[in-house]
Design a protein around this ligand. Structure first.
Ligand code: ASP
Length: 323
């Protein structure tokens, strides 16, 4: 067997956090550790090597109070592929409709000997409240417009795989920055790892106040386009908006959709990313979403690896069981 054929080895890392609530609170070192472990699980999956049952005996409960396709499924797959059990909680079919609070619901689930709660809720800070009041690990799977840490980790893993680094790259987050948890988590993670971050979108959705964090703010995609190594195209979060932030979707698409004409003016190796769900014809046209620069489905694949890493770090490594 040559070195290239050897199975990847589980990284020996140190990690003390039982909860993953956001990237804002993580150091650059912690983000690098999470990415290193994610890369390991991605390599295991790519090599067809069955992952070790690192979560055997552990139960992960998905508590999703908001809709999800990618995040919920990939947390479930991640836990199962590592030998853990998964409990899927459906808010609409639960006692919440009978007046039970989120904390009582979470305590009830925890009492069934659950080791981790993966929580998505429309209220910013809901996972933090649970983390303060429960023994189980709490992983934030999206709290309103606040944070979505595993999304940003999988975005960064995808960039690293294609560019070999994050430091020094110019990454633009384009679209509804005001209401996007993906944007917030990406901003913290990318800045900490030394990227130049540009926030781009209409003035009603991108505030100059963000510049205080050390990011660039632009209202013209056409102006920034030739400078970007990565374009992460964010969905307009209509479900979080009180009023329409622009006159029409057509006008938005005219100014901000990534389309074939714009792609011709971008760097030849530009990476096109989107957290999904994508709205074809709004933030991205179908030919660009399905074209050769797009790594959107690679992001989805990486989502499973990142969630394996996060569950292993918070449930096992933080408890001194590195495997
Ligand atoms: N799936 C991502 C999220 O849950 C992005 C989106 O919904 O647009 O935030």
């Amino acid at each position: 067997m040559t070195t290239a054929q050897l199975p990847p080895t589980l990284p020996q890392v140190s990690w003390s956090r039982r909860h993953l609530l956001g990237l804002e609170e993580l150091s650059a070192e912690e983000i690098r550790t999470a990415l290193q472990c994610s890369a390991y699980f991605a390599r295991c999956s790519a090599s067809g090597e069955p992952p070790r049952p690192l979560l055997a005996g552990k139960t992960v409960a998905n508590l999703f109070f908001e809709d999800s396709t990618r995040t919920r499924s990939s947390f479930s797959l991640a836990a199962r592929r590592l030998g853990g059990e998964v409990l899927d909680f459906h808010a609409s079919a639960s006692s919440l409709s009978k007046g039970e609070t989120i904390l009582d619901t979470a305590r009830t689930i925890e009492a069934m000997n659950v080791d981790a709660l993966v929580v998505r809720h429309r209220t910013p800070g809901a996972p933090h409240l649970l983390a303060q009041n429960l023994q189980a690990s709490v992983i934030n799977a999206g709290d309103g417009p606040h944070e979505h840490p595993t999304q940003a980790l999988l975005d960064m893993l995808t960039i690293q795989q294609h560019r070999g680094r994050i430091e020094g790259l110019t990454v633009a987050l384009v679209g509804d920055i005001a209401h996007s948890r993906t944007a917030r988590s990406n901003i913290w993670g990318l800045l900490r790892l030394g990227a130049h971050v540009i926030l781009c979108g209409p003035a009603t959705l991108v505030s100059r106040r963000w510049e205080a964090l050390g990011v660039e703010v632009s209202y013209s995609l056409d102006e920034i386009l030739p400078r970007c190594d990565v374009l992460n195209l964010l969905r307009i979060q209509f479900e979080r908006q009180q009023a329409r932030p622009f006159p029409s979707v057509r006008e938005y698409a005219h100014l901000y959709a990534m389309n074939r004409q714009r792609l011709q003016r971008a760097r030849p190796d530009v990476l096109i990313m989107a957290p999904g769900p994508i709205n074809r014809g709004v933030e991205i046209t179908a030919d660009v979403a399905d074209g050769s620069h797009s790594v959107i489905l690679r992001q989805v694949t990486n989502g499973v690896a990142v969630r394996m890493a996060v569950l292993w770090l918070c449930l096992c490594v933080a408890a001194g069981e590195s495997g």
